[in-house]
Design a protein around this ligand. Structure first.
Ligand code: KG4
Ligand code: ZN
Length: 351
């Protein structure tokens, strides 16, 4: 089965083709970063309009480059969660193309897409595992028994980890999205200068809170601000370092706790923040000490992309599921509400 995947939940237009036998045939991405950069964050209406402009040419180019113009068997599109207008563009295009081509279509949960992306890599994790989903909108620890069998173990009570990165970056006048820019700046930061708090780590539980850390960062920036309103370059780098260490350490502590609570030895990290090198390094070191392994996707499949939607849709389509002709999108959607896939699960257990 050859599936065309469409991702349009936020500010990235992503398309991909996944084939049952040959795996990922290709994927293309158009990022709207430039469109939103002058506003310091995503402007929903501009996002929808840009998806309208870019989606069909992107699909066209992908079909040609993968020599798949007449060979698509099904379409998977992101149904939610995300920005309603942006989701509508991908869902309408996907549903309409499927109708015109006389093939099935399926709406995919964006976070399930992220969660399954590491399964596209060469040594995929087998089930069960704990997943840390860290994106711009979500920070969740999930017990994953099989595809579709998800139990939420903990989540952020306020800002998501990626959102905290973005806001901290903005305080230091760094461009959106802030995560990669903070990470880059932190490479020149000193480990000695600042120590930021590790929120909610001194009490039991698997929830997170990043808003206090955000305030702490703002206070540090303000305290060291000079005439231009910003600390000097070295001080910004030191703040970026301390901020990143605090987020990473907090995530590592909670991941270890979650693995112990489930008595699992595999951790999957997914979503934009899982591209963070420091997070990968520190998790690898911490998990090695407990004989556990961390799995993640290549960086381009950590942030939003069409490949994860094509793959997640493929798993559900293969299990016989598909969506009806109505176009539905779900701006808010709990992953636990997804049905489990028994037929796919039994295949994956030996993976
Ligand atoms: O998964 P994603 O592309 O979109 C959502 O579903 O939200 O995640 C985007 C988030 C942004 O907040 C961005 O700052 C963050 O992921 N991010 C990073 C890195 N790359 C992207 N955060 C920290 N370090 C990175 N290298
Ligand atoms: Zn995402």
């Amino acid at each position: 089965m050859r599936v065309l995947g469409i991702e349009s939940s936020c500010d990235e237009t992503g398309v991909a083709i996944y084939d049952s036998e040959q795996g990922l045939l290709g994927h293309e991405l158009y990022s709207q970063i430039q469109v939103h950069s002058e506003y310091g964050g995503v402007v929903p209406e501009l996002a929808s309009r840009d998806h309208v402009r870019k989606l069909i040419p992107l699909i066209d180019s992908l079909l040609k480059s993968c020599d798949s113009e007449d060979r698509i068997d099904a379409i998977a599109y992101t149904e939610g969660p995300g920005l309603i207008g942006a989701l509508m563009v991908g869902a309408c295009a996907g549903r309409a193309l499927a109708y015109a081509w006389g093939i099935p279509a399926i709406g995919v949960h964006h976070m399930e897409g992220h969660l399954l992306a590491p399964l596209l890599e060469d040594s995929p994790p087998s089930f069960p595992f704990v997943a840390l989903l860290v994106s711009g909108g979500h920070t969740q620890l999930v017990q994953v028994e099989a595809i579709g069998k998800y139990t939420l173990l903990g989540e952020s009570l306020d800002d998501a980890a990626g959102e905290a990165f973005d806001k901290a970056a903005k305080m230091m006048d760094l461009d959106y999205p802030g995560g990669p820019n903070i990470a880059k700046l932190a490479e020149h930061g000193s480990a000695e200068r600042f120590k930021f708090p590790r929120p909610m780590c001194d009490r039991p539980g698997l929830d997170f809170s990043f808003s206090g850390l955000k305030t702490f960062t703002l206070n540090t920036v303000t305290k060291h601000a000079q005439v231009n309103g910003l600390p000097d370059d070295q001080c910004c780098a030191d703040i970026a370092f301390a901020f990143q260490e605090a987020v990473v350490d907090t995530l590592v502590i909670k991941c270890r706790r979650a693995l112990q609570a489930c008595d699992y030895s595999r951790l999957v990290i997914a979503g934009g923040v899982s591209a963070n090198k420091r997070l990968r390094e520190k998790l690898e070191a911490a998990l090695a000490k407990m004989n556990a392994t961390v799995f993640y996707a290549r960086p381009e499949l950590c942030t939003d992309n069409g490949a994860m939607i094509a793959f997640a849709g493929h798993q559900r389509l293969q299990a016989g599921l598909s969506s009806d002709l109505s176009v539905q999108v779900k701006p808010r959607w709990a992953m636990e509400d997804l049905p489990p896939l028994d037929s796919v699960n039994s295949e994956s257990e030996g993976a």
